[in-house]
Design a protein around this ligand. Structure first.
Ligand SMILES: N[C@@H](CCC(=O)N[C@@H](CS)C(=O)NCC(=O)O)C(=O)O
Length: 266
């Protein structure tokens, strides 16, 4: 993907989406796939993982990504705010149901996947800890390394480590979310629906499809993520492994095949 730098993007009209450049960040990829599904055009703008991103902070007040900047409206950085903007810009391809009872389900599932202490957050807390499993030393020796200084790593830790639970609780939290998704997909299948809620695709199908990379990344041919990132996403550890049902990845494959494009482009 070709990214604009902040200086090139900040005075452009329309929608600019700030994304972590050259890696498939789950929150950024979800925003991209929602806009793709809705056929909303945007200008991609680079954020550099773990770096200070001073020009971005000066423009938006926010260091990380994603960050949707629409016209002269305030920045939207949370998954819910970005989804609501997308719903407004392309209501003809809705990803939220209209009935409140159904919205509760879609937004509740989405929060379990994307919000603080949700699946993505808890998986990130595990990365690089014993709870993720033991890295294979032979493989590690051959891997590229993230271009991060000690200061960058400290910055990431400061941004993402505090939450309701820590690395020790994260595997059980992830496993519980996976069991919820599995049960729901089974019930929906028995009712004749291939979607998580109701009879059509909704936002939570897209969030799960993208965030499933933290359970099992798509193969390199369609997801050329850096090796070091692939390895940390693959190291799920025994608790999550025990909670991983094939229906979860079957659902991912179905949503990509029916509704979204591959390969990932980041
Ligand atoms: N604000 C987002 C989450 C954003 C987020 O966690 N971004 C991470 C993705 S791993 C990021 O930008 N990491 C790179 C960095 O911090 O430089 C939301 O709450 O929906």
């Amino acid at each position: 993907m070709n990214y604009l730098e902040v200086a090139e993007a900040k005075d452009l009209p329309g929608l600019r989406l700030v994304l972590t450049a050259h890696v498939p960040g789950p929150w950024g990829e979800s925003a991209k796939k929602i806009l793709e599904y809705k056929r909303i055009r945007y200008a991609p703008v680079a954020q550099y993982a773990a770096k200070a991103n001073e020009d971005l902070v000066a423009w938006t007040g926010v260091r990380n990504a994603p960050n949707a900047m629409y016209a002269d409206e305030p920045p939207r950085t949370g998954w819910y705010d970005i989804l609501m903007l997308a719903e407004r810009l392309a209501p003809e391809r809705p990803l939220l149901p209209t009935a409140s009872e159904d919205r509760v389900q879609v937004l509740g599932i989405s929060a379990e996947i994307c919000s603080e202490w949700g699946f993505g957050w808890a998986r990130r807390l595990m990365m690089g800890t014993p709870y993720a499993g033991t890295p294979d030393p032979v493989r590690v020796a051959g891997l590229s390394r993230p271009p991060w200084t000690a200061e960058d790593i400290a910055r990431m830790r400061a941004g993402y480590s505090a939450s309701v639970g820590g690395p020790a609780q994260a595997p059980a939290r992830c496993a519980d979310i996976l069991l919820m998704l599995t049960e729901r997909l089974r019930r929906q299948k028995a009712r004749g629906s291939p979607y998580l809620v109701g009879e059509t695709i909704t936002a939570c199908d897209i969030y799960w499809t993208v965030f499933s990379m933290a359970l099992e990344p798509l193969p390199p041919a369609v997801n050329p993520m850096p090796d070091w990132m692939r390895m940390s996403y693959e190291m799920i550890g025994p608790v999550i492994e025990a909670a991983s049902d094939p229906i979860l990845l079957t659902h991912r494959d179905f949503i990509y095949a029916r509704h979204l494009s591959l390969p990932l482009d980041f």
